[in-house]
Design a protein around this ligand. Structure first.
Ligand SMILES: Nc1ncnc2c1ncn2[C@@H]1O[C@H](COP(=O)(O)OP(=O)(O)OP(=O)(O)O)[C@@H](O)[C@H]1O
Ligand code: NI
Length: 326
């Protein structure tokens, strides 16, 4: 099969492929409830690519795990996740196994997601056909070779174990596994982490190529990588604080946190934001960014801002800030 046959070719639908409403994920811990994801609302259209950026610990991976129902036992979720008109939070385990990988592909954040004791070909085979099944073995391996080809890896790699490959090669293996069943939606969690500049650039191009015409949630610290997406959501302490067209936000960030994040890019001077993200166990009463915000006023300390949009400050933009347009 031609590698290009993995490109997705659905019709653009009017209904969003993914609808998230008032999504909350809390972890019950000995120190108290950790509010990892708070009141998230967004739609992802068919073929839309949206990047999610934000500092470490702001809830990006927990969002991905919540959508895919991969959370540990101490997690409690409320809200609504509608994917292709199916209510994922109400979906049973067996159906979720089919959706995971089949309709929603995941490129996980951790390289340790690869099984160190299994050759790459076995792992890709499992990604193509997770429940075993009777598919012809030769056909499965041919598909695995095609997948490796499509991510720029020599099919010889299939006979190796993960420890015999470089970090960049293992990342590509994970990318190939994420698209193994040609999912409608791909969730890529930090796919460029730990790569040198050359490999990072190659991986960004690869993700761009394999997701053109597909829906993508790209979780990343890499603001450059986020530019392959049309839209961008910025998360801070479990909440979306700014969302809109990626290029507009990169050119003209409105939320003081997004402005700080942009200034911390090497190309923009690497000015880090003073202070630290709040504890997700003891969140500030008012705006969560208030203790670090250079423009904070009295109201910010006492009133938690709602997210407002879609057209804030005369632009296609959602913002969670009392004074973002001033
Ligand atoms: N099982 C768990 N129990 C308790 N807290 C958890 C659990 N899993 C995640 N958390 C907390 O949830 C918060 C969000 O974590 P998450 O992994 O989503 O961050 P992230 O934005 O993906 O960060 P990074 O960029 O470092 O990957 C963190 O404070 C984390 O400690
Ligand atoms: Ni993460």
């Amino acid at each position: 099969m031609d590698a290009l046959s993995y490109e997705f070719t659905s019709e653009t639908g009017k209904e969003p492929i993914l609808r998230v409403r008032d999504l909350n994920t809390v972890f019950l811990t000995a120190n108290g409830p950790v509010q990892a994801v708070n009141g998230l609302d967004f739609d992802l259209a068919e073929r839309e690519r949206m990047a999610i950026i934000g500092e470490s610990g702001c809830g990006k991976s927990v969002l991905a795990q919540t959508i895919l129902k991969l959370l540990p036992y101490n997690a409690r979720v409320s809200g609504e996740i509608i994917f292709h008109n199916q209510d994922l939070l109400g979906t049973g385990r067996d159906q979720m196994v089919k959706i995971r990988g089949g309709e929603i592909g995941l490129i996980p954040q951790q390289l340790s997601s690869l099984d160190p004791l299994m050759k790459i070909k076995g792992q890709i085979r499992k990604a193509i056909q997770p429940s075993g099944g009777s598919r012809d073995k030769k056909q499965l391996y041919r598909k695995a070779f095609d997948l490796l080809n499509s991510v720029g890896l020599d099919p010889q790699v299939s006979n190796r174990y993960p420890h015999q490959l470089s970090g960049g090669m293992n990342r590509r293996v994970l990318v190939s596994m994420g698209i193994a069943q040609n999912p409608d939606l791909l969730i890529a969690d930090e796919p460029t982490t730990g790569l040198d500049t050359i490999l990072r650039n190659k991986t960004v191009k690869l993700i761009d190529r394999i997701t053109s015409g597909r829906s993508l949630l790209l979780i990343t610290h890499d603001i450059g990588a986020a530019q392959i997406c049309e839209n961008l959501a910025v998360m801070y302490a479990g909440e979306i604080i700014e969302r809109g067209p990626a290029q507009d936000i990169l050119d003209n960030p409105r939320h003081p946190y997004t402005q700080g994040l942009m200034s911390s890019m090497p190309s923009r001077g690497m000015y880090s934001i003073p202070g630290m993200s709040p504890s997700l166990i003891q969140l500030p009463k008012g705006c969560r960014f208030y203790p670090r915000c250079p423009y904070a006023k009295e109201k910010c300390a006492t009133h938690h801002p709602d997210i407002q949009g879609e057209n804030m400050c005369g632009e296609k933009r959602e913002l969670r800030c009392h004074y973002a347009c001033s």
